[in-house]
Design a protein around this ligand. Structure first.
Ligand code: NAP
Length: 747
């Protein structure tokens, strides 16, 4: 199935408005308070109407800031962070919107710390920039080159200007940062000292450039990544060359890496970089946990979590993560298939991001930058954006603060969604049944579905379809087509490819589409939606502001936002959600009842039955009928059941055979014992003194010969044989100790 990647036409990030206050506050502080070495804010243009906050590592004027400015232009608010870790964290915690971090240098190689941080943080790469590192010699105004006695900078910068410094014959002082050196010279008024740093650092700290391009090697480039909380993979048009970064862990087996790479080479997908990094047992555990979480939510992750379940000491000390960059979007058909194949044979796979190559920017960031440039009275072209193939657009429409949302389908889930939507927006609802009183309880107007025209007179911005999977197509096609034009249509079905296909087939091109699956319901979300997974795909968007505003409901409710294609969703959902419902339904058929001795495990089984059987059968049937992967699951369950039955039968057969063998062995042992005893008895009888001559009268009873047998001897022990002559008996050994010698008969 073809994936639609549409170029955005306009976007205004009003959804970020609530986040602006802290930035403005910081800005006010900036005007009064000098920047600290730990955190610094740099605003180079007047536009603060909509600041885009971007974090980088280092002091203001650092090379990272220069790269950031080359990529994003002069109008963004650049925020220096003391470490790479803090830079990543500031995006994750929403303190800033984006981060720019170096990932590799043409002379120094990969920046491993940032590879590790990419793995630990759930951020997406949305752009890259190759930055030429040009070192300048900076000094206080009026200082001449011949006044300089020492030069301070970061050790790497000093090393890269080795020939130049030797020529100068000056002392070298290593500092924590290039821009930091410039700052110290400015702050301490050092007139015998120069710094090696960027020209930007000179401008930032009021230093003069004594010499430019003083590096020994002019092929010094650093590649920077632009990171965001939102992926832009679905927004890359096919005409734009794209790159994808992934990370994966192969099983510990011969040829595993070769097979992993073959997933791409067999489909003619070019790699441009591969890097391996050892992972600690702790990180390995974390990835395992993360993957299990994703699996249990039926989203993300990828591949079976087969990384063992023991303690950290069970894990090999060295496991390797492979980072691979390939030249395609993750949504291109061959790349999608390659990734699916890789997931099947790897223990962990994650896409770190698909993004346009060569410093192009797309999606929300691009729209925001255009807007900023316009506000600053500058031409759009100034932002270094070649953006070939992306048509120039008019001013983006403003999304209203409160959207008008119409919910179609006011059943269990429609009511649940409406309750939260009303916190942020104006909601109207429509349903087949008369739900006037339920709607009134939630404070929203109700419209019968047969009066859809009345419903659409509400001038709705967004229409959310919350009807059963089975009725979806019928309901969508029954809505007045004209009334939908220019609106945003959102479905919340528990299957995703089906509604996406139906909407793309039947809606006019000017209708925006987002396919979503809130992976929770009235039960799991009754205490709020925090951390609950919300899967979505922006299928076709023209009005980005409205789309983001709608999605921000789930962000503000602190859902775990999972941007995922409908296709991938269905694959994971069959593995997790459908199997859960199927198991619940099967056990429900068995009529399980609580008992007085319920274990916790059994209680959770009863809960599963209750939760799944309480949902409508239509929902269950919809999960089966409209997810092509579901029938595979039934087949696999059947096979698994048969396997378990076979295992039980095999165990029984084994135990029966073992018992039989043991009985045979016992019989043999008894038989041997009997023979031994007989021999022993025979021996002891031979050792007896010859019997006395028979008395004349009265007659005497026979000696108690059989009392010699031990209690173990059966009744069939033969009578003692006729005594042999004493001579022969003298050579035989004494009887075993457990045989009591028969006392001589008393006369
Ligand atoms: P459901 O049984 O899947 O759907 C019930 C809703 O569909 C009711 O509003 C019903 O309207 C409407 N409907 C059914 N047939 C219709 C038809 N022919 N014409 C018009 N409307 C029709 O139960 P649900 O739990 O409310 O789920 C709604 C949607 O949300 C489903 O697509 C489901 O996959 C999705 N979802 C549910 C959950 C959950 O936890 N329940 C979680 C995530 C997503 P009437 O009331 O008028 O019959």
């Amino acid at each position: 199935m073809g994936i639609i990647r549409q170029p955005p036409s306009s976007w205004q990030p009003l959804s970020l408005l609530p986040l602006l206050l802290p930035s403005l506050f910081s800005l006010l502080l900036l005007l009064k308070v000098p920047t600290t070495p730990v955190e610094a804010f740099t605003l180079r243009a007047a536009s603060v109407a909509y600041p885009i906050r971007v974090a980088f590592q280092g002091e203001p004027g650092a090379y990272s800031e220069k790269a950031l400015r080359e990529l994003l232009g002069p109008h963004v608010l650049a925020i220096g962070k003391p470490s790479f870790e803090d830079t990543f964290k500031s995006v994750t915690t929403r303190e800033v919107d984006y981060a720019v971090v170096p990932i590799e240098n043409s002379l120094g190689g990969s920046i491993h710390a940032n590879y590790d941080l990419l793995l630990r943080h759930e951020l997406h790469i949305i752009g890259e920039h190759e930055f030429r590192v040009e070192h300048s010699l900076l000094a206080l105004p009026g200082v001449k080159k011949e006044d300089i006695k020492r030069v301070m900078s970061h050790p790497q910068a000093l090393a890269q200007c080795d020939a130049y410094l030797r020529n100068m014959g000056v002392a070298r002082e290593s500092m924590y940062d290039t821009a930091g050196s410039a700052k110290i010279i400015a702050e301490q008024g050092l007139r015998d000292c120069a710094a090696i740093a960027s020209e930007l650092a000179g401008t930032t700290y009021g230093l003069e450039v004594l010499d430019s391009n003083i590096e020994d090697d002019d092929s010094n480039f650093t590649r920077f990544l632009l990171l965001s909380r939102q992926s832009i993979s679905s927004l890359i048009p096919h005409s734009v060359p794209a790159k994808t970064s992934i990370v994966f862990i192969t099983p510990d087996a011969p040829g595993a890496l070769y097979k992993a790479l073959a997933c791409f080479t067999l489909r003619d997908i070019d790699f441009c970089k591969i890097e391996s990094r050892p992972t600690s047992p702790q990180l390995f555990r974390f990835l395992q946990f993360q993957q299990r979480q994703m699996k249990s939510f039926g989203a993300g992750g990828g591949g079976e979590a087969t990384m063992g379940t023991g303690d950290d000491h069970d894990l090999p000390r060295f496991r390797y993560c492979f980072y691979l960059d390939f030249l395609a979007s993750q949504l291109d058909e061959p790349a999608r298939n390659a990734l699916l194949q890789l997931e099947e044979q790897s223990q962990y796979v994650r896409v770190l991001g698909s993004f346009p190559t060569k410093g192009q920017l797309l999606g929300p960031i691009r729209e925001s930058l255009d807007l900023l440039a316009k506000e600053s009275g500058e031409a759009e072209g100034l932002l270094m954006q070649k953006a070939a193939g992306i048509a120039a657009r008019g001013p983006p429409p403003k999304a209203p603060d409160r959207l008008k949302i119409g919910v179609v389908g006011f059943g269990k889930f429609g009511q649940f969604l409406t309750k939260t939507f009303t916190k942020y927006h104006d909601v109207s609802v429509a349903s087949r049944d008369d739900m006037t009183s339920v709607a009134a309880d939630l404070g929203v107007p109700f419209f019968p579905l047969y009066e859809a025209t009345e419903f659409f007179r509400q001038d709705l911005d967004v229409i959310v379809l919350s009807v059963s999977i089975l009725a979806f197509e019928e309901v969508l096609k029954g809505l007045p087509a004209d009334a939908l034009r220019g609106k945003l249509l959102v479905d919340v079905l528990s299957v995703k490819v089906h509604p996406k296909t139906v909407m793309l087939e039947s809606l006019p091109g000017d209708v925006d589409i987002i396919c979503t699956h809130p992976m929770f319901g009235p039960e799991s979300g009754k205490f709020g939606w925090q951390s609950l997974p919300f899967v979505y795909e922006r299928v076709r968007i023209q009005d980005f502001a409205r789309a983001e505003r709608f999605l921000s409901i789930f962000e503000l409710e602190r859902c775990k936002m999972i941007d995922m294609s409908c296709d991938t969703h269905d694959k994971y959902a069959a593995d997790s959600q459908f199997i859960t419902h199927l198991t619940g339904r099967i056990l429900g058929q068995q009529g399980l009842q609580p008992t007085p001795i319920d274990t916790r495990g059994f209680q959770s089984v009863l809960k599963l039955v209750d939760n799944t059987c309480r949902d409508s059968f239509d929902l269950f049937y919809g999960l089966f009928k409209y997810n092509k992967h579901s029938s595979d699951q039934i087949q696999r369950l059947r096979e698994a059941f048969a396997n378990v039955e076979r295992q039980l039968a095999a165990k029984e057969a084994y135990l029966a055979a073992r018992t039989e063998i043991m009985q045979d062995e016992r019989k043999k042992l008894f038989a041997e014992c009997r023979t031994l005893i007989r021999e022993a008895v025979a021996q002891s009888t031979m050792n007896l003194p010859p019997p006395p001559p028979p008395p004349v009268s009265p007659p005497v009873s026979p000696p108690p010969a059989t009392t010699t047998a031990s209690a173990d001897v059966d009744e069939d022990v033969p009578p003692p044989p006729t005594p042999t002559p004493k001579k022969a008996a003298a050579r035989t050994p004494p009887p075993p100790s457990f045989i009591k010698p028969t006392p001589p008969p008393k006369v």
